[in-house]
Unconditional design. Structure first.
Length: 581
């Protein structure tokens, strides 16, 4: 092997790693909605989490990416530690798919159908299709599909280049002695862990081992301990990701490490006993690409079968290693680590925005109750809730702008835009709740009181606003188009009520049935309540916009008013909140 073979091997390794990286990123973007659906269906059952981790990792071809997602979700409160354990175990099996794909490079035979299965035969076709889709399609999903094909073709070309370069190592005595040394199981485990920790991808390190196996000097006795070590090395990514996170997120990373270390110790012990007692001949044979894929899969399946029933013990071990402190972790945070996986970062934003919506809704209802019967404690709680909505807006707005700078699908980009609108509406609802509290405090401090008829009319108005608020929150939190379509007709009824109530109160003041000062408070209350319903209308229109994949709220509003269902809904709400003559 000369300097040119070494350069060829380095070039092949670079192409292999680059292809794997861009393919993984494109797979994450392309499978974004599927990932969100899969994670959204997860339950507290360990087996469900296991299957989720297996499927997600098989789709995105990276157990490291899956475990980083898990750490981020646990840190954000979107996943429990118990759920995370199952996902992590599933990820270890899902990542074995890559080794099987790479093993196609070891196919040999003269038959035409065998030759067609070799990557060197079909990857040029995939590359051609990929470059056409990437360069000439305006659809972001087709662009991502093209990038997946290009990434796969690049990594397979890099694999083939590495394989050709290492063939010259057959005649290098030092290389032969290196792998003789790795027949020491502990050295093999350390070598596998170190290589994987450096490149932060067990799939890539297995691929490199498969390429080196073509030299003929890698025996199964050397390859199996290296494979075991690779599973420990891949934990580095999750451990780095857990720095600065909540205790439960750190525990998720510790579970990942504990799972692989315990599995490696047990399997390595069995391996050493079998080798010492039975000395099977296969351990002295040269490993093949298929053999390495089989060993990789068998090891991960054995570890999972051993430790899946003991997931509760792993949870207790993680809690013991990362004990609770004196201060509780923050309930909700936005983890910037998930920005590397935009679909999941977007899911995180949606969940946090739901919390913001419930804060705003709760503040409004307490403020309305204070108008009817003033309570200083409730007034303070409304102000605290408004402070929370301000914090949510700052936190979400900053995070969404960062997320918007990431490569997003068209649908994800639309959702980021709509969420930025929505959080503004929820924050303003919180502000109006405080304004209503100030009106309630003014009435309490000045000992003002509305007439009996005014109180009844106000109760009708607040009931209508309360319902429109509930519909808007339901439409957003449950992505309920039916609830969203009912908001605009009810908002029109609130507008009519405001005008009618203002006119009636002026007539009462003319008859000296109500004071001028109470009239000013009345006007402020009606204005704030009506503006709340306007913001609820904005929320509902955003939900409908996302359903139609349009960002034109005014267009959606006009379309809604022209359908027969709008008139029927408006009639029903007009009768429900009709005022006596």
């Amino acid at each position: 092997m000369d300097i040119f073979d070494a350069l060829e091997m380095i070039g092949g390794l670079c192409l292999f790693l680059f292809g794997m990286n861009i393919m993984g990123q494109a797979l994450e973007r392309r499978a974004g909605s599927r990932l969100r659906t899969t994670l959204g269906k997860m339950t507290g059952k360990t087996m469900t989490g296991f299957l989720t981790g297996l499927v997600v990792t098989a789709v995105i071809q990276s157990s490291s990416a899956t475990t980083v997602m898990v750490v981020g979700f646990v840190n954000s409160g979107l996943m429990t530690l118990k759920q995370a354990i199952g996902v992590i175990m599933g990820a270890n099996i899902g990542t074995t798919v890559t080794a099987w794909l790479l093993s196609l490079g070891g196919i040999s035979g003269d038959a035409v159908w065998v030759q067609l299965l070799k990557p060197t035969s079909f990857t040029p076709v995939l590359a051609l299709i990929g470059i056409i889709m990437y360069m000439f399609s305006k659809d972001s999903r087709k662009n991502d599909t093209g990038m997946i094909l290009l990434g796969f073709a690049t990594l397979m070309f890099g694999m083939d280049t590495m394989s050709g370069a290492v063939s010259g190592l057959r005649e290098v005595p030092a290389f032969r002695q290196l792998f003789v040394a790795f027949t020491n199981p502990l050295l093999g485990v350390l070598a596998g862990a170190a290589l994987t920790a450096i490149i932060q991808s067990s799939s890539a390190s297995v691929g490199i081992l498969q390429a080196l196996a073509l030299s003929g000097h890698v025996t199964y006795a050397a390859a199996i301990p290296i494979i075991m070590g690779q599973n420990i090395g891949t934990c580095v990514t999750a451990l780095i990701s857990s720095v600065g996170t909540s205790r439960n997120a750190k525990r998720a990373a510790i579970v990942h490490l504990s799972f692989n270390v315990i599995g490696t110790v047990v399997c390595l012990t069995v391996f050493c006993i079998v080798r010492a007692v039975a000395a099977p001949a296969i351990l002295g044979e040269s490993a093949t690409m298929y053999g390495i894929a089989i060993a990789h899969t068998a090891f991960n399946v054995a570890c999972t079968a051993l430790l899946l029933p003991a997931s509760g013990l792993l949870e207790k071990l993680a809690i013991r290693l990362v004990p609770d402190g004196k201060k509780k972790d923050a309930e909700v945070t936005l983890d910037e680590r998930l920005l590397a996986t935009p679909p999941l970062a977007l899911e995180q934003c949606s969940v946090v925005a739901e919390d913001m919506a419930y804060y705003a809704s709760g503040a409004l209802k307490k403020a309305i109750d204070c108008v009817m019967e003033f309570d200083p404690k409730s007034a303070q709680e409304v102000r605290e809730s408004e402070d929370e909505t301000d914090k949510y807006e700052d936190m979400l707005g900053t995070y969404l702008l960062k997320l918007g700078a990431e490569p997003l699908s068209d649908a994800a980009s639309e959702e980021v835009t709509e969420l930025l609108k929505l959080i503004g509406d929820f924050e303003r609802i919180g502000d109006h709740a405080v304004n209503i509290i100030e009106s309630a405090e003014e009435m309490h401090d000045k000992q003002l009181e509305f007439s009996r008829s005014a109180k009844y009319e106000l109760s009708v108005m607040t009931a209508a606003v309360g319902e429109v608020m509930d519909l808007a929150v339901k439409a957003f939190a449950e992505n309920d188009a039916q609830a969203a379509s009912c908001v605009e007709p009810l908002e029109q009824v609130v507008d009519d009520l405001k005008n009618e109530l203002r006119t009636r109160h002026i007539l009462r003041m003319k008859k000296s049935e109500c004071s001028i000062e109470a009239g000013f408070v009345w006007s402020d209350l009606l204005t704030n309540l009506e503006r709340v319903s306007d913001h609820c209308s904005n929320v509902a229109l955003c939900v409908l916009d996302l359903k139609k994949h349009t960002l034109s709220a005014h267009e959606t509003q006009h379309e809604r008013k022209d359908v027969p269902e709008f008139a029927e809904c408006y009639r029903r709400y007009s009768e429900k909140y009709a005022l006596p003559l």
